[in-house]
Design a protein around this ligand. Structure first.
Ligand code: PEP
Length: 256
């Protein structure tokens, strides 16, 4: 298992193919051989082939931001896991809050997608997290438990180390508002206890990332927070200085 901390950049719907290749090229030159972290780029679908090619032979990972669970068929606008695999990606983000809240993805769909991604021997980056209303009404733990139970239904016999969990409180995504260390530590501890109940001691090997307005100014504190194995980064993953700053701090301060 990769025991390095993980820094995954979710570009969302940003950067053209050319911009993406030029961006990863610069980051590669700057941090290759220096990063003590597993760095994963998650560009839009249209850039996957070219970015995989640019990073060929390096330890950088590439992931997609979504996938459909069916193998093929009449699903206009969708992309199957097999198609993604053929681009050379190793990871797929699933259950991102923007997919859940803007596009109405349900836990049942997310569960099917996780099954499909694991069956293809790709690694799901399974996102969970509560809304502000959930937090204000003390529903955080219940929401996390439901998302995990439903998202991982039927997976008791899988090797959980083949997945990554990302705890991303919805109220902290793209808002500039970061969860406090205490809130993050509690949520990560809770997620780990649910995973332990499901999978036993091996659950401690499942990386749990934090996501929500991570940047070069808060990365040092957050990476030293109990239970944090790395970050899923949105906005700050689009800027060279910010992203490299995060990777440098994670490389320096991570302690599992
Ligand atoms: C995300 O989109 O997963 C995310 C965490 O975004 P941001 O870092 O911009 O809050």
């Amino acid at each position: 298992m990769n025991t390095k901390p993980i820094v995954a950049g979710n570009w969302k719907m940003n950067k053209s193919g050319e911009e993406g290749v030029s961006f990863v090229g610069k980051i590669k030159n700057r941090i290759l051989d220096k990063a003590e972290a597993k760095v994963i780029f998650c560009p839009p679908f249209t850039s996957l082939f070219s970015i995989v090619k640019t990073l060929n032979g390096t330890d950088f990972g590439v992931g997609a931001q979504n996938a459909h669970f069916e193998v093929e068929g009449a699903y206009t606008g969708e992309i199957s896991v097999g198609m993604l695999k053929s681009t050379g990606v190793q990871y797929v983000i699933l259950g991102h809050s923007e997919r859940r809240h803007i596009f109405g993805e349900t836990d049942v769909w997310i569960n099917k997608k996780i099954h499909a991604v694991l069956n293809a021997e790709l690694v799901p980056i399974f996102c969970i997290g509560e809304t502000l209303d959930d937090r204000k009404s003390n529903q955080t733990t219940q929401v996390l438990e439901n998302q995990i139970n439903l998202g991982l239904q039927g997976m008791d016999s899988i090797d959980p180390v083949k997945m990554i969990i990302a705890y991303e409180p919805v109220w902290a995504i793209g808002t500039g508002e970061t969860a406090s260390s205490d809130q993050v530590a509690r949520a990560h501890g809770y997620v780990q206890s649910i995973l332990e109940r499901m999978f036993g001691q091996i659950a401690h090997e499942v990386p749990i990332l934090y996501g929500g307005s991570v940047n070069e100014n808060n990365a040092t504190e957050l990476i030293q927070t109990d239970g944090v194995d790395g970050f899923l980064v949105g906005g700050a993953s689009l800027k060279e200085e910010s992203f490299c700053g995060i990777v440098e701090q994670v490389s320096k301060f991570y302690k599992r």
